[in-house]
Design a protein around this ligand. Structure first.
Ligand code: GLU
Length: 308
């Protein structure tokens, strides 16, 4: 049993110590709407399997979910397709930037894993092809997981991504040329950008993924969200590929399945314990939030959370 006494005090201390790192990062600006976010903000929240929530900083403030949305899309797709999904997308680390195109050409349009952009666009194709209204289905899924009916997609971020998404469009058309995308590309991209534009807070995000720390069962409602095997698989993919091209270093230092997004959030799963979500917009050159990385690393160290 991990210690949760005084956890709020520990979170406050770690957040205050990490704030000076703001200046070491840069807010993502390749999506213009994200460039407008004030850089000097930070939050952390820990949700535990027994239903408690501990937090510090702006833990109820919304940020852009971005790449972390890939986890939810993947779980939805795994619930719809069986092992045929893994013939269309693999589960290996890419060793390339998240939006790289070269590897996809070499590997005949089969993305290395579902948490790089190509893989998540492939997953978006599965959702578009299997749901009559996939964007709504995605939001409904998140609302169910958080218990918050007001979770929404930020229209400004969505439109900004649509307008500046040429690289993602290139990935999608390349996969389509190999026959690995079934639906029409514009529809697939719309779904993908819409899920990335979801607005969420650290407290909501930490709660939403508790099922991954609990073998697929959302502890607050006792609902089965995915099979035990699929919870294991998602955690395995996050452990090897969730932190962009810094995943090896994160495993080396922290030892938890985790996913990062260019909105500045990082979420880490602590099996049998709970979920940590941290957010701060300035990113390091890999695309990971400098403050969130530091807070999660130190928390894992202090509480001895590493799985290894
Ligand atoms: N919507 C972003 C993109 O596709 C997500 C990137 C990320 O958070 O890694 O470029």
């Amino acid at each position: 049993m991990k210690q949760t006494a005084n956890l709020t005090g520990l979170l406050q201390r770690l957040l205050e110590h990490s704030r000076p790192l703001y200046s070491q990062g840069k807010v993502a600006d390749y999506i213009p709407a994200l460039a407008q976010v004030a850089p000097q903000q930070a939050a952390v929240a820990v949700a535990t399997l027994d239903g408690k929530i501990f937090s510090a900083g702006a833990a109820q403030q919304n940020f852009s979910l971005q790449s972390i949305s890939k986890i939810f899309g993947l779980v939805m797709a795994m619930n719809r397709l069986s092992d045929e999904l893994w013939q269309r997308v693999h589960m290996e680390p890419s060793g390339q930037p998240f939006n790289s195109i070269v590897q996809l050409e070499w590997e005949q349009g089969i993305p290395r894993n579902p948490v790089i952009n190509a893989g998540a666009i492939l997953v978006a194709d599965v959702l578009v092809s299997h749901y009559s209204a996939s964007k709504t289905a995605f939001l409904t899924f998140l609302r169910r997981l958080t218990g918050v009916e007001t979770i929404y997609a930020d229209q400004q971020v969505y439109l900004s991504e649509l307008e500046h998404g040429n690289r993602n469009a290139a990935l999608a058309y390349l996969m389509k040329s190999f026959g690995n995308i079934e639906a029409e590309v514009p529809q697939v991209l719309e779904h993908y950008f819409h899920q990335c534009a979801t607005a969420i807070s650290c407290e909501q995000l930490a709660r939403s993924l508790l099922f991954l720390a609990n073998r697929g069962v959302q502890p607050l409602s006792n609902e089965i969200i995915c099979s035990r095997r699929d919870a294991h698989r998602v955690n395995a993919i996050l452990s090897t590929s969730g932190m962009y091209d810094q995943s090896g270093e994160f495993a080396f230092k922290v030892g938890l399945p985790a996913k990062s997004g260019v909105g500045g959030a990082i979420v880490a799963i602590v099996p049998q314990f709970g979920v940590i979500a941290a957010w701060s917009p300035p990113l390091n050159p890999y695309g990971n939030s400098v403050v969130a990385m530091q807070v999660i690393s130190q928390l894992a160290e202090e509480l001895g959370l590493s799985l290894f």
